[in-house]
Design a binder for this molecule. Structure first.
Ligand SMILES: [Zn+2]
Length: 228
């Protein structure tokens, strides 16, 4: 089973909408980790999409004064339906996991195990379900591996993949391609003009996976399906 997730990462509305449209046209479920208020997210079809939160603790790690609880609470005010969390840059430690649980969240998905064949959700000491993921477009970019051979793990019973709307939109295939486009992050027209149309990229991989799938599960459905 392949389970789809998307880290919204402050993408502009047309870029978010375009990624969602790919899931809609294939009728495949996806969990969206939201970073900011978005009309596109507010309006998305809840039969297909689950909204979870994607808090950013990086400014605090870089020395800015801040309160992790406040970061989480602000996102939960925007998205009170959220049942789960993945931090931006996958930040997680014991106090953060306690914070997530104290806010009633049921699962977190911060553990990446790239290219692992066999992953499964497991319950943490505080009751939070930890759902690892074993493929990410950004992680594949970081490894510098070609998207022609994305190495999506298929041998185990569960594959959890993570995409970013900007990489889907750009069809990003290398870090240098992304870095060249990054100054135009909030300009959907410019990003569209910079889309890679020659080589396989993140979009190619997503479309290949979507064409093999229908239905699927959200992360909260996956968490609920685990033994108590
Ligand atoms: Zn992120």
């Amino acid at each position: 089973m392949t389970v789809f997730t998307v880290d919204v990462d402050w993408a502009p509305e047309p870029v978010i909408a375009e990624t969602l449209s790919l899931f809609q046209s294939h009728r495949v479920k996806c969990t969206l980790f939201a970073t900011h208020p978005s009309k596109v997210l507010d309006a998305c079809d809840r039969d297909l999409f689950e909204i979870a939160i994607h808090p950013n603790f990086n400014p605090m790690l870089a020395g800015q004064v801040g309160d992790p609880a406040r970061v989480v609470d602000e996102l939960l005010e925007m998205f009170p339906e959220a049942r789960g969390v993945r931090s931006h840059s996958a930040a997680a430690n014991t106090p953060l996991l306690q914070l997530f649980r104290s806010r009633g969240l049921e699962y977190e998905s911060n553990l990446w195990l790239p290219y692992w064949d066999d992953i499964k959700p497991f319950r943490l000491w505080n009751g939070l379900m930890r759902i690892p993921y074993n493929w990410g477009d950004d992680i594949h970019l970081a490894y510098g591996r070609p998207f022609e051979t994305p190495q999506i793990p298929t041998a185990g019973s569960l594959t959890v993949v993570d995409f970013h709307p900007v990489h889907v939109y750009l069809n990003t295939d290398t870090t240098s391609h992304y870095e060249a486009a990054r100054p135009h992050y909030h300009d959907a027209d410019r990003l569209h003009a910079l889309r890679n149309t020659e080589r396989a990229g993140a979009r190619t991989v997503l479309l290949q996976l979507l064409q093999q799938k229908s239905g699927g599960m959200t992360l909260s459905e996956l968490a609920k399906a685990q033994p108590a």
